[in-house]
Design a protein around this ligand. Structure first.
Ligand code: PEP
Ligand code: MG
Length: 564
């Protein structure tokens, strides 16, 4: 038996099924029917017991009196506080809010009170309280029932969906493959799975097959099929296919130290996308000329509080150290949309993808933003740093960001801390950003086209929605025209143009992108050698010819035909 899905991370995985259900449901803000009040109160009490027990279990693995141990202790004490329980009960019985809404409000109020205190330790604790509230809300839904100990060494995870923050909690060394019912080609979980080299299939309706935990599975992340209880014949066939793929990848290693330059001598700077310090340390093996996109918001997904300036400074310096003179492009925290950060307070939004995200979030949370910028400026004393702002649409946002950079420099001078020169760029992710480029470019050293979001906002097609993958692909006539417009505007201003969305990780699209005039590609590290091989074996004159032809086409099918 086999069920198909969309391949977002290639490879073949052999393993056993494990169902997980981490995903919490949307909060329901309607008032409770009176008959449901007692039930909601009980839900909260049970969740408190459950979460306290879970946290106590977590402490078993920590050294008593370590900072982490004490932070968990503080969480347990708060959960077991009688006043908190009484407050929660009041919100449910008197105001008729659901268990989740009551938790959200009570914890937000408590966090606000802490944040008002002058003590910086307490202000930090305010973030912890928000984070604890979120975990308690999840516990109401039973979503902490996910038990990592249940994982065997060769698990293939089956889940409805995984948020990037949830992905960050998975011990990847135990995972052979990931199969999700939802998700689109450029959803962040897809990008993370690919970067981790874990074969993944999205939009796979495995539910109809009643797969039991422990059932043997083979995930064929080349043809896009999940085989359930495979026969010996299928197993052998896929073992062979897997061996061939491993051999193919082995052969690609010849490109690691080669320059990324076409047969007719056109160089294309090939950089890597990363989301952790660990990823940075691995780029040497990937054959990249540096980092074109460090998605720093992923640093926040697994921590209880935001690293302070000193911690971030050390982290960026460590990254520069392992890059050994190569460029590091640090994107400021791109918070919002599907990137929910457990340790930060993010208000509920009906349309988060169109809400307070990217630079908008940063400009509204200046202390978070300036702490990061100060750390980046200081790190720039120790290597080649470029700073990249996500989701900039208009000049006002850029002007405010520059004011904050100036303010940070002034602070660093007063604090007698050194800082270095940085190049500054923006992610171009919306049609407005492209149309505003003539005003934005005079202030910039480079731009980076975020094709994942640019596709989403150009075609009004949610990048995480599997229903839209086929009809609204990343390469369409409108997208090509927008990329060309951005490139032409950059050439007129002699500004470097990079593309760092997943388009750049698709070998068959490289000729088009390079032909359109993109100077730099920043690529998912799993695809880097494939992309480099395409450049090294290609011909720039043919690339430009293909791009010219692509610009004349009206239909997606025609484009696919040209590119295949
Ligand atoms: C993009 O939108 O193309 C991009 C690179 O940013 P992210 O995928 O992190 O939104
Ligand atoms: Mg983006």
């Amino acid at each position: 038996m086999a069920v198909s899905g969309i391949v977002v991370s290639p490879g073949i995985a052999f393993g056993k099924a494990i169902h997980i259900n981490l995903h919490h449901s949307k909060v329901d803000y309607r008032l409770l029917p009176v008959a449901q009040i007692a039930q909601e109160c009980e839900k909260v009490s049970k969740a408190i017991i459950f979460l306290s027990q879970y946290l106590t279990d977590c402490q078993q693995h920590l050294t008593a009196d370590s900072e982490h141990f004490n932070l968990i202790d503080a969480d347990i004490m708060l959960l077991q506080d009688d006043d908190l329980a009484a407050e929660l009960e009041k919100y449910i019985t008197r105001f008729r809010f659901s268990a989740e809404v009551s938790i959200e409000r009570v914890f937000a109020q408590h966090a606000d009170e802490l944040a008002q205190l002058d003590d910086p330790y307490m202000a930090n604790r305010s973030n912890d309280v928000i984070c604890l509230g979120k975990r308690l809300m999840a516990a109401v839904n039973g979503t902490l029932l996910w038990d990592v100990s249940k994982l065997t060494e060769n698990a293939i995870l089956l889940a409805e969906d995984l948020t990037p923050a949830e992905f960050a909690t998975i011990p990847l060394n135990k995972i052979k493959g990931i199969v999700l019912k939802t998700g689109g080609l450029t959803s962040h979980t897809a990008i993370l799975a690919k970067a981790a080299g874990i074969p993944a299939l999205l939009s796979c309706q495995f539910d109809n097959f009643n797969i039991n935990d422990g059932s043997p599975l083979i995930l064929d992340g080349i043809s896009g099929e999940l085989h359930i209880n495979p026969t010996d014949a299928i197993s052998q066939q896929l073992q062979l296919k897997s061996a061939q793929e491993i051999q193919r990848r082995q052969a690609l290693k010849q490109y690691i130290d080669q320059d990324s330059i076409t047969q007719d001598g056109h160089p294309v700077c090939l950089l890597a996308n990363v989301s952790s310090l660990n990823d940075v340390s691995q780029i040497q093996d990937a054959g990249a000329a540096g980092i074109g996109l460090f998605r720093t918001e992923f640093l926040l997904m697994q921590v209880d509080s935001v690293p302070d300036e000193k911690q971030q400074f050390h982290l960026y310096c460590d990254a520069l150290h392992s890059l050994n003179g190569k460029v590091l492009t640090i994107r400021t925290f791109d918070i919002g949309a599907d990137k929910e950060i457990p340790c930060l307070s993010q208000d509920y939004e009906d349309n988060p993808a169109l809400g307070v995200r990217g630079i908008r979030y940063s400009l509204q949370h200046r202390s978070l933003f300036s702490t990061q910028i100060k750390a980046v400026l200081r790190a720039a004393n120790h290597g080649r740093v470029r700073l990249l702002f996500p989701m900039v649409n208009q000049i006002e946002e850029l002007e405010q960001a520059f004011e904050i950079i100036d303010w940070c420099k002034q602070q660093l001078i007063e604090e007698e801390k050194g800082f270095g020169e940085i190049n500054i760029g923006i992610m171009v992710e919306t049609p407005a950003a492209i149309l505003n480029l003539p005003h934005l470019l005079p202030q910039l050293d480079f731009i980076s086209i975020g094709s994942n979001d640019l596709t989403q906002y150009t075609l009004a097609a949610d990048r995480g929605n599997p229903e839209l993958v086929k009809d609204y692909p990343p390469v369409s006539p409108a997208m090509i025209k927008f990329i060309k417009m951005a490139v032409d505007e950059c050439k007129a201003h002699q500004t470097k143009v990079c593309l760092c969305g997943e388009l750049a990780s698709e070998p068959k699209l490289i000729s088009l992108l390079v032909g359109l005039g993109i100077d730099e590609l920043s690529v998912n590290s799993a695809s880097l050698l494939d992309v480099k091989a395409t450049i090294c074996n290609g011909n720039y004159a043919q690339f430009t010819q293909q791009a010219q032809q692509a610009l004349t086409l009206s239909h997606i099918d025609q484009l696919n035909e040209l590119l295949n």
